[in-house]
Write a new protein. Structure first.
Length: 255
């Protein structure tokens, strides 16, 4: 289990919320952490084994002009986190990807093309080979919730889940996302709803389009894709849990 999160819009205006959101993701994985962001010209990234705490101090500079940011905390399933190439975001084959889940057919990456030992690299490879939509619906075998950016066309962030682990929060001028709705609520985001399984969300400059591309065709026996993909508000459900994460305990630096 890993954690993904992020924001499309004026990142600097939400920097404190996003730093807290990144720290909250550690509950879902403490092996490594990373971020990718777009400054209007190119995609930048930073990642490391362990907690994101050491990276927080640099975020005011990194995110000063960022139009989006993708965040990740990793629980390793394949590829040691001590080799940073295996950590997220996975930058390979023309894509930057953050992933929660596990891919079982990453052995389809030709050995000479392989750049990491992380199963998530299959998302990058298949997106390059087949296009993102066909990769998600027709080619990948596993469980996956992703945020992805095509490096040659970096203005758009793509979000997709085949199950339950994606929540969205609409803000004035922006859209936030995370693996768990309560993380968004605790970090101070509002209008939190569960994303619908099988829908490809396209985020650009804080605006969102949706395309229902369907659930994966390469089904796993015994797994019911999309069972939890209802678009339900979660703010009231999780409000009572805010006291479990007092903000002062995290030492989030001011912007």
């Amino acid at each position: 289990m890993c954690g993904i999160a992020g924001y499309s819009g004026n990142v600097a205006s939400k920097a404190d919320k996003l730093r807290l959101l990144w720290l909250l993701l550690q509950e879902r994985g403490g092996d490594a952490s990373g971020a990718a962001w777009y400054d209007g010209k190119k995609v930048w990234y930073s990642k490391k084994p362990g907690s994101p705490v050491d990276l927080l101090e640099a975020t005011p500079k990194w995110w000063a002009t960022a139009e989006y940011v993708m965040l990740h905390c990793r629980q390793a399933t394949g590829g040691t986190p001590l080799e940073n190439k295996n950590n997220h975001p996975i930058i390979a084959h023309g894509w930057a990807v953050t992933h929660n889940g596990i891919i079982w057919n990453d052995d389809e990456i030709p050995p000479k093309m392989r750049q990491t030992m992380c199963d998530s690299e299959a998302i990058n490879w298949m997106a390059k080979r087949y296009g993102l939509k066909d990769a998600l619906v027709k080619e990948l075998l596993g469980w996956y919730t992703i945020a992805a950016v095509q490096l040659a066309k970096p203005k758009t962030v793509y979000l997709y889940t085949e199950g339950e682990s994606l929540y969205l929060a609409r803000e004035t001028g922006g859209i936030a996302w995370a693996s768990e709705g309560r993380f968004l609520v605790i970090a101070g985001f509002h209008d939190v709803k569960q994303a619908k399984a099988g829908v490809l969300y396209k985020l650009q400059s804080g605006q969102m389009e949706q395309e229902d591309i369907g659930l994966p065709e390469m089904g796993i026996p015994g797994y019911n894709y999309g069972t939890f993909g209802a678009t339900e508000g979660v703010e009231d459900v999780y409000a009572q849990k805010q006291d479990d994460y007092p903000k002062g305990d995290y030492g989030v630096p001011s912007a």
